[in-house]
Ligand binder design. Sequence first.
Ligand code: UD1
Length: 351
Amino acid sequence: MKLVSIVGARPQFIKLKPISEQLSKTKHNHIIVHSGQHYDFNMSDVFFEGLKIPEPDFNLEVGSGSHADQTGKMLIKIEEVLFQTKPDWVLVYGDTNSTLAGAVAASKINIPVVHIEAGLRSFNRSMPEELNRVVTDHVSNVLFAPTEMAMRHLQKEGLAGNSFLVGDVMADLLFSILDSNTDSTEIQRDSYLVSTIHRASNTDDQAQLSRIIKGLATIGTKVLLIAHPRLSAAIKKFNIKLESDNIEICEPLGYLQMVNLIKHSMGVITDSGGLQKDAFLVGAPCITLRTETEWPETFEGNMNVLDPFAENLTDLIRREVTNPTGRPFGDGNAARKIIEILENNPLGKLT
Ligand code: UD1
């Protein structure tokens, strides 16, 4: 099989890793296309280097822009690559503008599209990610759902016939990192919190961002605020003062460093989907700065709670939690199952 993976934003490099590793054990031809949506060293290269992912075969260098500008440039350039490479499958990951562009470009020239992390829904259409998810699922030919709930959403939207429940590729990677850590001593939780904020609804609204920063400043514990470029730009633009020595702003981190940091933290305060799951899987309590989550499985044991306006951070971070017993994100073999299903050609079209 010839497969083209289209990635471009930070969480997609993490999702790509288990697929790329699985494919490297086969004779299949795997071509990696980087849209260039994320281009800073610590938003992109650090993941390829740190996770030992092969360098992209194509970098489209699309960069930042409005939704239409960024997505439109990607569409044009991805189509060119697809005409040149003629793959059997195009793999798209998650919910970013790179996902949408890859899915639309391939489906319109009748190349089968595989959506990894299909069926997630926030039911909030003001989020660009939700629009990207819905469109991508509906133009994809094969849908790989990470959770039972995602599978139910796909069924309700009439997509069950092409959908497979395989588990979450991000959990594959996290489990392998935790397994390779031979340190058997009980985890010591240090007295700091880890926070990330990058959703447009939090960073692009001055009142909302000021509220969150104030909430973090008054929490009474050191907060390591790992700042996405969108957040750093917003703090500068709105001239938001940190008001407290409690907040330490840090540059974005590689994935292994991030996992290690949250594993030893008192907890996580975030609007990132990936981090909610990472916190759940390493047993760190999480507060999610959103009105809803696509990952409600993380509510088990009170491990995750929503606080959209950062009103109760001080109390919520000290709440009682119970470590979860189930494995809602699968058994760490999602990537293997995905490749096996594709090898059996679910569309019956490949020779
Ligand atoms: C994107 C995804 C989001 C995902 C996130 C992970 C969409 C619509 N959103 O959001 O779902 O959770 O990636 O990080 O695709 N910037 C830099 N350097 C970079 C990348 C971005 O400076 O390497 C700055 C630019 O000013 C840019 C802004 O960050 O305008 C936003 O970047 P963009 O890729 O548009 O969206 P994200 O907020 O990263």
